[in-house]
Design a protein around this ligand. Sequence first.
Ligand code: ATP
Ligand code: MG
Length: 261
Amino acid sequence: MQAQPSTQRPLTDQEAHLQYLKSELRKMQSLAALGELTGTATHEFNNVLMTIINYAKLGLRNRDDASRDKALNKILDASQRAAKITGTILAQARNRGDSMEPTDLVGIVNDSLVLLEREMRQYRVAIETELDPATPKVLASGNQIQRVLLNLLINARQSMPDGGTILIRVGSGSDKSLVDLTVRDNGSGIPHETLPHIFDAFYSTKQGPDESGKGGTGLGLAACKEIIDAHQGRIRVESTVGRGTAFIIRLPIAGDSLAAA
Ligand SMILES: Nc1ncnc2c1ncn2[C@@H]1O[C@H](COP(=O)(O)OP(=O)(O)OP(=O)(O)O)[C@@H](O)[C@H]1O
Ligand SMILES: [Mg+2]
């Protein structure tokens, strides 16, 4: 009998070390994402509480029916928004595990916008959406796709220091087995020579976190790429300096969505 060359040779020290470093990097990325999400949500929540407190004071000061009705309506609106914000965080922690399941991208976009609504307004960034409700579900981890989306939206916002518009589009691709998710900004754009590096870990052109504490680590797009790769999807970028940037993601639809469509 002839000896077969072994297909599974033991890892060299260097390879094992590289694997260890990669797993450490993944841990850092999830911690950074969790920190960012919690930070955004806490900030939002605090703002809603301020609205509630102020209108409660107003209602106590002005005892006529009209003022009280107005105060109570504002308090009701703000409380419903607060419930949506905590709902999003709880969904991250519970329902949307890291497991792959049929996932509605339109829902994920709407949840992410609840979290960023005020921040976008503050930076004078308008959000336009084209979300086709008939889009088939994709096979995805909702948590991870939300991380991707938040990264892309924050990058887009940071590329427009004087404000601008972000367009988010979700719909079937020309290939019916894929769903397209596009995030387009009309910000600074990315120079041609920089483009090949933007998905590299720790590549950043930012000086550090902005006033909202975000950006500058250079892990955002590296995490996006890794997540989309793990979903057997594709992420690509189109950018023109001075005109803006679009990130286009394609994800495979969930098996039974094709039959249902
Ligand atoms: N929409 C965009 N418009 C212009 N440049 C962008 C855009 N998105 C990414 N970039 C460029 O790609 C670089 C890498 O982005 P990435 O999200 O990985 O890191 P970062 O935003 O600098 O830091 P963080 O890890 O906090 O996200 C950015 O520093 C920026 O130069
Ligand atoms: Mg980023």
